[in-house]
Design a protein around this ligand. Structure first.
Ligand SMILES: NC(=O)c1ccc[n+]([C@@H]2O[C@H](COP(=O)([O-])OP(=O)(O)OC[C@H]3O[C@@H](n4cnc5c(N)ncnc54)[C@H](O)[C@@H]3O)[C@@H](O)[C@H]2O)c1
Length: 262
């Protein structure tokens, strides 16, 4: 007699506590909504505190549990303090999702060291700090854990000009993912990356940079026929932090509508 599988429990996060950096808007906000909908308590940690508060309030209003935290991921003391505060508030820490990122573009010949450093500080130094601090708590609690980093398909293949610093920072994030996964596996902590393709968000539209060559625009539509939605990315993250993915670590999951197979 073959019983049916309890599929719902494979995606159930009831009783889990999560930190999502960059949760104030865009993909991060949708990821907060998905994790809260699966039952997790969610700390919305963002440099944009008023909008992080909005995300948390909207989740609480519909019966989820969320709190807002002011966090600049570049700042070590803030990362240490926020991770400890979340652990105190929720009594545990099971999930870290690094979404905070900046998408400024500049051509290789024009980019200043200041902008290069800024992009790397937010997109790579930030996740290093949050992973280090979250892993300390998870190890101490002997609770295992799930870490997901939002990288980019551009970390594997350039799509258009101006993303030298950005794509390099995200390639570094892929390396951080694999190496953290290797070191943390013995503590039952998985570390994976999601590599989104072109996904429609207000933050992406606002990102400063030179105009994109109009000839390249048709190439931005992937084989599946549309640009990404934030829910496409949140679904992949939910899978990676769920019990269904407990034997997956060190992976870079491209979620791009088939862009890179063109
Ligand atoms: N939108 C896309 O097409 C796309 C594609 C590939 C990868 N990504 C990556 O996905 C992530 C989210 O992208 P999005 O389009 O939703 O961006 P977004 O600009 O809408 O959101 C980014 C969030 O990060 C926060 N943030 C920025 N700097 C921060 C800092 N120093 N400390 C804490 N929070 C900070 C912002 O306030 C914002 O809430 C980013 O890491 C981005 O690089 C986006």
């Amino acid at each position: 007699m073959v019983g049916l599988v309890d599929i719902k429990s494979l995606y159930d996060l009831t009783g889990k506590a999560a930190v999502v950096t960059g949760g104030a808007e865009g993909m991060g906000k949708e990821i907060c909504r998905f994790l809260a909908s699966a039952g997790a308590s969610v700390a919305v940690a963002d440099i944009n505190y008023p909008w992080a508060e909005d995300t948390a309030r909207e989740i609480n209003e519909v019966g989820g549990r969320a709190s807002a935290y002011a966090l600049d991921v570049r700042e070590e003391p803030q990362v240490v303090q926020v991770v400890q505060a979340v652990r105190r508030e929720f009594g545990r820490l099971d999930i870290l999702v690094n979404v905070a990122g900046i998408q400024d573009r500049e051509l290789l010949g024009e980019i200043s060291l200041t902008l290069w450093d800024k992009i790397h500080h937010v997109n790579l130094r930030g996740p290093f700090l949050t992973i280090r601090e979250a892993a300390k708590v998870m190890r101490r609690d002997k609770s295992g854990g799930r870490i997901v980093n939002i990288s980019s398909m551009g970390s594997l293949h350039p799509i258009f000009d101006g993303l030298v610093a950005y794509n390099a920072s995200k390639s570094g994030l892929n390396g951080l993912t694999r190496n953290a996964a290797f070191e943390l596996a013995r503590d039952g902590i998985t570390v994976n990356a999601v590599l989104p393709g072109n996904t429609t968000t207000a933050g992406q539209a606002r990102a400063p940079g030179p105009p994109i060559d109009p000839a390249l625009i048709p190439n931005l539509i992937p084989p599946l026929g549309r640009t990404g939605k934030v829910s496409d990315i949140a679904g992949a993250v939910l899978f990676l932090v769920s019990p269904a993915a407990e034997w997956i670590t060190g992976q870079t999951l491209v979620v791009d509508g088939g862009h890179l197979i063109k």
